[in-house]
Design a protein around this ligand. Structure first.
Ligand code: ZN
Ligand code: ZN
Ligand code: FE
Length: 763
């Protein structure tokens, strides 16, 4: 019966609110405050009807936003007054299957605390069951084949729930109400252990046996959430080296997984913000400073001050790691740069020469998703890779966009699909340098279009004519095709995630991007808005002798910068480089530069880092992209005000930043036998001073007071942190990446937003 102070309200909740335990949460909350009405999934979100005293409704709304389930993400909450209908209780309205659901799909989620407790509870019916989950946790994105997100559309469709599981699934008060992957040992998926001859290993406990084999030094391929990992005992130097040899991965660091923070602290340092990231249900790989000495095999992360570490995120991981490892190496289950394996058959085939044993299961992975990689830098979370745990939760934009597909660049490729004010970045697709990755690109595009119900009419892509992503876009002749310059896309990506518009100064620093003059850009100062840009300044051009070979062999860039600075006499300089590189080889290279044979011009800051690292004797060759630059950053000594000379010229209205004074200063310091730590720091400080001076000059001419920082070079935290504080000291407003990677993994977002602006402009 209606009391005097009773009112009726309808709440509309938008965001990630379906398939995340939101309705049971609302149900329990309404019962707690004795409110009547109902809750229902709708096409756009969740609708809640409430009847009761206004005061209690207000408390309900407060709790709704502050105590919602971990996976829920409310982006919009509106309420309106309603006619009183005298509901007698509160219930969950069954969703009509015909209703067109336009809802956000949750990312995959690490096992929750409740499930973890049950996993290790001898009296629980799911004790040690490796696929335990509930509405608050478990696989999502990687097992969905179509929408709506219901069991028959997931890889759980092959498993029929037992009566006990079904009862949980049907009970609105249960933690497993509508948990689509709900299962138990009686009815759900199971694990099995095989050797590399595909013989099943007879054992009552495949996980314990796998742990045993790992302790003996074997390589075990392990089927996880978003794909296979290759695991070895991280304390076993020999096992780690065997894995490196078999995987053809010379020095690129391996990720580690430890049981908990306590175990992890035996080899790495972490502070509160990093621990929050490690323990978050997204469970990314977090870069942490090494402790020295530490018990981890030295070949896990050679010549690096950091370990990439994650905590277990599936029940299977917890069960395996509970066998007393300090850490397991958990590296992606692939051959060199191909996409990771997700399928058992495929794993036996492709990983057969790498793994000794296979710990597999029969729950299919529909879409692979690599581990995400983050670090704390300049006080914020910075993505190096945004993938499992984050995808496909969208980036929320401040403007509505038409449906656009952006194809990304070449390295660290992701794609982006837009709908309204949402930008959906895909999981990490990889380096588009082989057909397997290209196939995965096409598969991801089609899969995402289907599950997100986006039918793009516009396609955006990189200006580079030879990227596979460009070729894909150009083949889509029925779509409106819009090429976007690489560094413009970087800057617009940064603007988009910061929800800003209008003209600003953009510093786009990376390794490679195709410029509109046909040269290779990468040290670019742009004046840009979402629609257009002008090139206000750039590093002076130098030849890249051998083209792509110069990326793998920084000594080539060193020779090029030396030749650019000193001309013919560069050969007489006393540098370790001149002793380590054969004189004949060096002469051939100088001829190539002189005659401009296979020597494209580049203004890349990434290449400058490479070249300097070879000049100071750190690296003549690299095993992975960015290695030389990273080692130069790692070497940097304590902060100093000392800088090398620097300057620029104006040429055709563009600032050309001269590199001779910097190279001269570095060579001078090398001849004086100054420590590399000092030179590295001074080089960083010089760049920070140079670019903040140049921003000042541009502000005087243009009045622009905002600066956006983007591009892979900003993974360098000395440069990022240094530039932010130098610019802020000069009262600039600085925008950086915190939601998508600064590297090419974030570029598809900028392509989409820039293409939308171009379409709007031409309309
Ligand atoms: Zn759970
Ligand atoms: Zn069951
Ligand atoms: Fe780039």
């Amino acid at each position: 019966m209606k009391d005097e102070d009773d009112v009726a309200r309808t709440l509309l909740v938008n965001g990630v609110v379906q398939g995340v335990g939101f309705r049971p949460f609302v149900y329990q909350l309404a019962n707690r405050y004795k409110l009547n009405g109902n809750v229902a999934n709708t096409a756009t979100g969740v609708t809640i009807h409430l009847e009761g005293p206004l005061k209690r409704i207000r408390t309900f709304i407060h709790d709704l936003t502050t105590q919602s389930p971990p996976l829920a993400q409310i982006t919009d909450l509106s309420q309106k007054e309603e006619a009183f209908r005298n509901y007698s209780n509160f219930n969950i309205v069954k969703s009509r299957p015909a209703a067109k659901m336009s809802t956000l799909i949750s990312a995959d989620v690490s096992i929750c605390e409740d499930c973890r407790r049950e996993l290790f509870d001898l009296n629980d019916r799911r004790f040690s069951y490796p696929f335990i989950n509930c509405t608050n946790c478990g696989p999502r994105y990687t097992i969905i084949d179509d929408i709506p997100y219901d069991r028959p559309q997931t890889s759980m469709k092959h498993f029929e729930m037992c009566p006990q599981c079904q009862a949980e699934y049907d009970d609105p008060a249960d933690r497993r109400f509508h948990a689509q992957p709900n299962a138990c040992a009686a009815c759900g998926p199971r694990v099995d252990l095989y050797d590399r001859q595909r013989e099943r290993v007879q054992t009552p406990d495949p996980i314990a046996r796998a742990a045993d084999l790992l302790k003996k030094g074997h390589v075990v391929a392990l089927k996880g959430l978003g794909g296979f990992h290759l695991a070895v005992d991280a304390e076993n130097e020999k096992a780690v080296q065997v894995l490196r040899q078999r995987k053809h991965r010379a020095e690129k660091p391996f990720a580690l997984m430890s049981y908990d923070l306590g175990t992890l602290h035996t080899y790495a340092d972490s502070r509160k913000p990093e621990e929050d990231l490690l323990e978050s249900f997204k469970r990314p790989i977090v870069l942490l400073k090494k402790k020295e000495p530490n018990p981890i095999a030295s070949s896990v992360s050679p010549r690096n001050r950091y370990f990439g570490v994650m905590l277990p995120y599936t029940p299977l991981h917890y069960l395996l790691l509970s066998h007393g490892f300090t850490a397991l190496v958990m590296t992606s289950g692939n051959i060199s740069e191909e996409p990771i394996c997700i399928d058992n058959e495929d794993a036996f085939k492709r990983l057969g020469d790498i793994a000794d044993y296979f710990l597999i299961h029969n729950r299919n992975i529909y879409l692979r998703s690599d581990d995400s990689i983050v670090r704390k830098s300049a006080g914020q979370t910075r993505f190096m890779r945004r993938s499992r745990g984050y995808v496909p939760v969208p980036i929320f934009l401040h403007q509505k966009l038409p449906a656009i597909l952006a194809c990304g660049a070449e390295l660290k490729n992701t794609i982006c699909l837009t709908k309204d004010n949402l930008a959906f970045l895909s999981q990490h697709i990889g380096d588009l340098e082989n057909l397997e990755t290209y196939a995965f690109l096409k598969l991801s595009i089609n899969h995402l279009k289907r599950i997100l119900e986006i039918d793009p009419q516009i396609i955006a892509y990189d200006l580079h004519p030879d990227y596979l992503s460009t070729r894909y876009a150009q083949a889509q002749t029925d779509l409106k095709r819009i090429p976007i310059q690489h560094h413009h896309a970087h800057i617009v990506s940064c603007m988009a995630e910061n929800r800003i518009d209008g003209m600003l100064i953009g510093l786009a620093f990376d390794g490679t991007g195709y410029g509109d003059d046909g040269h290779i850009w990468g040290g670019e100062i742009l004046i840009a808005d979402a629609c257009r840009f002008t090139r206000a300044g750039h590093l002076d051009y130098v030849p890249m002798p051998g083209g792509a070979a110069a990326i793998k062999e920084p000594w080539r860039m060193a020779a090029s910068y030396l030749n650019y600075t000193f001309g013919e006499s560069s050969l007489d300089i006393h540098l370790p480089l001149m002793q380590t590189i054969d004189r004949g080889k060096m002469n051939i290279l100088l001829q190539m530069i002189k005659k401009r044979v296979n020597s494209p011009l580049t203004s890349s800051l990434g290449r400058l880092f490479d070249g300097v690292s070879a000049i100071v004797g750190l690296r003549n060759h690299v095993h992975y992209e960015g290695q030389a630059a990273m080692e130069l950053e790692m070497m940097a000594g304590p902060q100093t005000d000392a800088v090398y000379d620097y300057g620029w010229l104006t040429e055709d209205g563009t600032y050309k930043i001269l590199l001779q004074p910097i190279i001269k200063g570095i060579v001078h310091d090398m001849e004086k036998k100054r420590p590399v730590a000092q030179i590295s720091r001074r080089f960083h400080t010089t760049l920070i001073r140079l670019f903040s001076d140049l921003c000042d000059t541009i502000r005087q001419e243009t009045g622009l007071n905002r600066v956006a920082l983007s591009g892979g070079v900003f993974q360098n935290s000395i440069l990022l942190g240094g530039l932010i504080s130098a610019l802020e000291k000069r009262k600039f407003q600085v925008f950086t990446h915190t939601q998508v990677p600064a590297n090419d993994g974030g570029i598809s977002l900028g392509q989409a937003v820039a293409a939308a602006a171009a379409v709007l402009q031409s309309a």
